[in-house]
Design a protein around this ligand. Structure first.
Ligand SMILES: C[C@H](O)[C@H](O)[C@H]1CNC2=NC(N)=NC(=O)C2=N1
Length: 112
Protein backbone atom coordinates (compact mmCIF):
# COMPACT_ATOMS: atom_id res chain seq x y z
CA UNK A 1 0.00 0.00 0.00
CA UNK A 2 1.39 3.44 -0.93
CA UNK A 3 1.94 6.25 1.57
CA UNK A 4 -0.92 8.28 0.10
CA UNK A 5 -3.27 5.31 0.29
CA UNK A 6 -2.74 5.06 4.04
CA UNK A 7 -3.47 8.73 4.70
CA UNK A 8 -6.82 10.12 5.77
CA UNK A 9 -8.64 13.00 4.13
CA UNK A 10 -8.65 16.02 6.37
CA UNK A 11 -11.63 18.33 6.56
CA UNK A 12 -11.26 20.86 3.79
CA UNK A 13 -12.95 24.23 3.83
CA UNK A 14 -13.13 27.10 1.37
CA UNK A 15 -10.10 28.77 3.01
CA UNK A 16 -7.81 25.80 2.43
CA UNK A 17 -5.05 26.61 -0.05
CA UNK A 18 -5.01 24.95 -3.45
CA UNK A 19 -1.92 22.90 -4.17
CA UNK A 20 0.82 24.78 -6.03
CA UNK A 21 1.96 23.61 -9.46
CA UNK A 22 5.11 22.19 -7.85
CA UNK A 23 3.15 20.29 -5.18
CA UNK A 24 0.88 18.87 -7.90
CA UNK A 25 3.89 17.61 -9.85
CA UNK A 26 5.32 15.96 -6.73
CA UNK A 27 2.04 14.23 -5.84
CA UNK A 28 1.47 13.14 -9.46
CA UNK A 29 4.63 11.03 -9.27
CA UNK A 30 3.00 9.07 -6.44
CA UNK A 31 -0.13 8.17 -8.44
CA UNK A 32 1.04 6.83 -11.82
CA UNK A 33 -1.80 6.69 -14.34
CA UNK A 34 -3.44 9.88 -13.08
CA UNK A 35 -3.27 13.15 -14.99
CA UNK A 36 -4.29 16.73 -14.33
CA UNK A 37 -6.71 18.30 -16.77
CA UNK A 38 -8.20 21.77 -16.91
CA UNK A 39 -11.97 22.18 -16.81
CA UNK A 40 -13.02 25.81 -17.19
CA UNK A 41 -10.00 26.95 -15.20
CA UNK A 42 -10.40 24.28 -12.48
CA UNK A 43 -7.62 21.68 -12.18
CA UNK A 44 -9.01 18.15 -12.01
CA UNK A 45 -7.24 14.87 -11.28
CA UNK A 46 -8.44 12.24 -13.74
CA UNK A 47 -7.88 8.57 -14.60
CA UNK A 48 -9.56 6.02 -16.85
CA UNK A 49 -9.85 2.39 -15.77
CA UNK A 50 -10.63 -0.35 -18.27
CA UNK A 51 -12.73 -3.48 -17.74
CA UNK A 52 -13.87 -6.53 -19.65
CA UNK A 53 -17.49 -5.43 -19.90
CA UNK A 54 -20.14 -3.03 -18.61
CA UNK A 55 -21.02 -5.07 -15.51
CA UNK A 56 -17.44 -4.91 -14.20
CA UNK A 57 -17.25 -1.19 -14.93
CA UNK A 58 -20.50 -0.66 -13.02
CA UNK A 59 -19.33 -2.74 -10.08
CA UNK A 60 -16.12 -0.66 -9.84
CA UNK A 61 -18.19 2.53 -10.04
CA UNK A 62 -20.24 1.34 -7.07
CA UNK A 63 -17.07 0.67 -5.07
CA UNK A 64 -15.75 4.17 -5.82
CA UNK A 65 -19.12 5.57 -4.75
CA UNK A 66 -18.92 3.76 -1.42
CA UNK A 67 -15.35 5.00 -0.87
CA UNK A 68 -16.53 8.54 -1.61
CA UNK A 69 -19.40 8.30 0.84
CA UNK A 70 -17.15 6.99 3.58
CA UNK A 71 -14.84 10.01 3.24
CA UNK A 72 -17.51 12.54 2.26
CA UNK A 73 -15.32 13.48 -0.70
CA UNK A 74 -17.03 12.81 -4.01
CA UNK A 75 -15.70 12.40 -7.55
CA UNK A 76 -17.34 12.74 -10.93
CA UNK A 77 -17.79 9.24 -12.37
CA UNK A 78 -18.53 8.30 -15.96
CA UNK A 79 -19.35 4.63 -16.53
CA UNK A 80 -19.20 3.25 -20.07
CA UNK A 81 -18.89 -0.20 -21.61
CA UNK A 82 -15.51 -1.47 -20.35
CA UNK A 83 -14.44 1.92 -19.01
CA UNK A 84 -14.81 4.15 -15.96
CA UNK A 85 -13.48 7.70 -15.82
CA UNK A 86 -12.86 9.06 -12.32
CA UNK A 87 -12.34 12.81 -11.74
CA UNK A 88 -11.30 14.12 -8.34
CA UNK A 89 -11.16 17.76 -7.32
CA UNK A 90 -12.19 19.83 -4.32
CA UNK A 91 -15.33 21.76 -5.11
CA UNK A 92 -14.97 24.15 -2.19
CA UNK A 93 -11.61 25.49 -3.40
CA UNK A 94 -12.27 24.99 -7.13
CA UNK A 95 -9.03 23.10 -7.52
CA UNK A 96 -6.78 20.41 -6.13
CA UNK A 97 -6.10 19.64 -2.47
CA UNK A 98 -3.96 16.86 -1.04
CA UNK A 99 -7.25 15.07 -0.29
CA UNK A 100 -7.75 14.54 -4.02
CA UNK A 101 -4.45 12.71 -4.33
CA UNK A 102 -5.24 10.63 -1.25
CA UNK A 103 -8.58 9.67 -2.82
CA UNK A 104 -6.88 8.88 -6.14
CA UNK A 105 -4.48 6.51 -4.36
CA UNK A 106 -7.39 4.90 -2.49
CA UNK A 107 -9.29 4.52 -5.78
CA UNK A 108 -6.30 2.63 -7.20
CA UNK A 109 -6.50 0.37 -4.15
CA UNK A 110 -10.00 -0.76 -5.15
CA UNK A 111 -8.48 -2.88 -7.90
CA UNK A 112 -9.85 -1.26 -11.02
C1 LIG B 1 -20.82 19.09 3.29
C2 LIG B 1 -20.00 18.14 2.47
O1 LIG B 1 -19.12 17.41 3.25
C3 LIG B 1 -19.21 18.89 1.41
O2 LIG B 1 -20.06 19.62 0.58
C4 LIG B 1 -18.30 17.98 0.61
C5 LIG B 1 -19.02 16.88 -0.12
N1 LIG B 1 -18.13 16.19 -1.03
C6 LIG B 1 -17.12 16.87 -1.61
N2 LIG B 1 -16.40 16.26 -2.54
C7 LIG B 1 -15.43 16.90 -3.17
N3 LIG B 1 -14.73 16.25 -4.10
N4 LIG B 1 -15.12 18.17 -2.88
C8 LIG B 1 -15.77 18.87 -1.93
O3 LIG B 1 -15.45 20.04 -1.69
C9 LIG B 1 -16.81 18.20 -1.25
N5 LIG B 1 -17.50 18.76 -0.28
Amino acid sequence: MSELQKQQCEACNADAPRLSEQEIQTYLQQVPGWQVKDHDGVAILTRQYTFKNFAEALSFTQKVGELAESYQHHPALVTEWGKVTVDWWTHKIKGLHRNDFIMAAKTDGLGG
